[in-house]
Design a protein. Structure first.
Length: 211
């Protein structure tokens, strides 16, 4: 089962004023001195976050009914803009959840500390999201541990037939002794010079004639 997204409340400011503002008249930005003196709404401001999505909500101080919502997206257009002539006034880009249409309204804080806390809460959460994204990109890969744990053993299967062959080498066949016909001695080279056979001396011729 997937984890359900949990909404975190980052900041609650009990009093904030909302104004209907004229279009931006110069490239420098919105000016608070051009806004009407009377606000169109007064209530409570809540900054909440679900994962990396942040939203500014203007709610009724008593009933909690939603008056307007300003989603903050890192990839979208600027959701909060400071005015050029005051630190307590801001312009919000509010979006209707049903139609998707947007409009710009002005908000003001009576106390400068509330305006400061509003700024800090938004900046802190955006910086936190950036750190988490950076950590996810640079996180080292998980290395697997292949070492044996305590008590673990490893079995190795050997080739039994090959091992027996190595332990009992084949007997060496003895060489046949050379035959006498093939033997030779130190006098063999003189065998062709054998001494001649002794002959009996011939009988001397007899002086007697035979008749």
């Amino acid at each position: 089962m997937a984890d359900e997204a949990i909404e975190r409340v980052l900041k609650v400011i009990n009093q904030v004023f909302a104004f209907k503002i004229p279009p931006q008249s110069s490239a420098a930005g919105h000016r608070a001195d051009s806004w009407p003196k009377d606000p169109v709404w007064t209530g409570r401001l809540v900054i909440s976050a679900i994962n990396d999505a942040t939203q500014i909500q203007l709610r009724d101080a008593k009933t909690g009914a939603l008056f307007a919502a300003c989603p903050i997206s890192k990839d979208g257009p600027p959701a909060v803009t400071k005015v050029v002539d005051s630190s307590r006034y801001f312009v919000l880009r509010v979006v209707d959840a049903k139609s998707g249409r947007h409009a710009f309204i002005g908000i003001a804080f009576e106390d400068r500390n509330d305006a400061f806390d509003f700024n800090v809460a938004i900046d802190d959460h955006q910086n936190e999201v950036k750190r988490e994204e950076h950590a996810a990109v640079t996180a080292p890969t998980v290395s697997r541990d292949f070492s044996l744990k305590e008590g673990q053993t490893i079995k190795i299967k050997l080739n039994k037939k090959s091992a027996e062959a190595d332990d009992n080498p084949a007997p060496v066949k003895p060489m046949a002794a050379p035959t006498a016909a093939k033997q030779s001695d130190n006098f063999g080279v003189f065998s062709s010079f054998a001494s001649p056979t002794a002959t009996q001396p011939a009988d001397p011729p007899s002086n007697w004639e035979t008749f």
